[in-house]
Design a protein around this ligand. Structure first.
Ligand code: FE2
Length: 153
C-alpha cells in the first residue's frame, strides 16, 4: 500500500497543476506525461491489482461495486483525494465533480468500458456530472478529485 501511495504522488502533483476545464486537453497531457505503456503506469497497475487481490483497497461496498479511499486530500502531495473502485457491469451513485475527476482505468476482465470508453486516462471536466458506469466487463479505476471536491447530486 505504501508503495502504491508513493507511486501515485507524482500523478497527484501533476493533477494539481492541470486545467481540468478541458478534458480532451487534460487527457492528452496525461497520456504524454504518464503513457499507458510506461513502466511507471505498469508499476501502479501491478501494485493496485495486488492491493485489490489482497483486499487492502476496494474493501467496502458490495459485489459488482467495491470501493475505498486510498489517500485523503490532506495526505496527498497534490491536495487531491485518491479513491479506488472496482466495478463489474454496474453503475455507482450520481455525482458532480466540481473541480474535475482524473481516472486511471485498469481493465480486469472482459472488455470493460467506463463511460463508454476503454482508454487508460479518462478525465471528467470540472463541473461535469455522471452516473459512473462500467459495462462489458470488470474494471479497477483509481481516481483523483482535486481538493477532494465532489457533490453528491
Ligand atoms: Fe465521477
Amino acid at each position: 500500500m505504501t508503495d502504491l501511495k508513493s507511486l501515485l504522488m507524482p500523478v497527484s502533483r501533476f493533477v494539481k497543476e492541470m486545467d481540468l476545464t478541458d478534458s480532451a486537453k487534460a487527457e492528452a497531457e496525461l497520456n504524454k506525461k504518464f503513457p499507458a505503456a510506461s513502466e511507471e503506469i505498469g508499476q501502479i497497475k501491478k501494485l493496485a491489482e495486488d492491493a485489490l487481490a489482497a483486499g487492502t483497497i476496494c474493501n467496502r461496498g458490495e459485489t459488482g461495486m467495491k470501493f475505498s479511499r486510498v489517500v485523503k486530500p490532506q495526505d496527498d502531495a497534490g491536495g487531491c483525494s485518491i479513491d479506488a473502485v472496482f466495478m463489474e457491469n454496474s453503475s455507482g451513485p450520481v455525482h458532480t465533480h466540481t473541480k474535475g475527476e482524473v481516472c486511471l482505468c485498469i481493465p480486469k476482465s472482459g472488455a470493460p468500458k467506463f463511460e463508454g470508453r476503454g482508454d487508460t486516462w479518462i478525465v471528467m471536466r470540472a463541473g461535469s456530472r455522471h452516473v459512473p458506469t462500467v459495462q462489458g466487463g470488470a474494471m479497477l479505476i483509481i481516481y483523483w478529485w482535486p481538493e477532494g471536491a465532489v457533490a453528491w447530486n
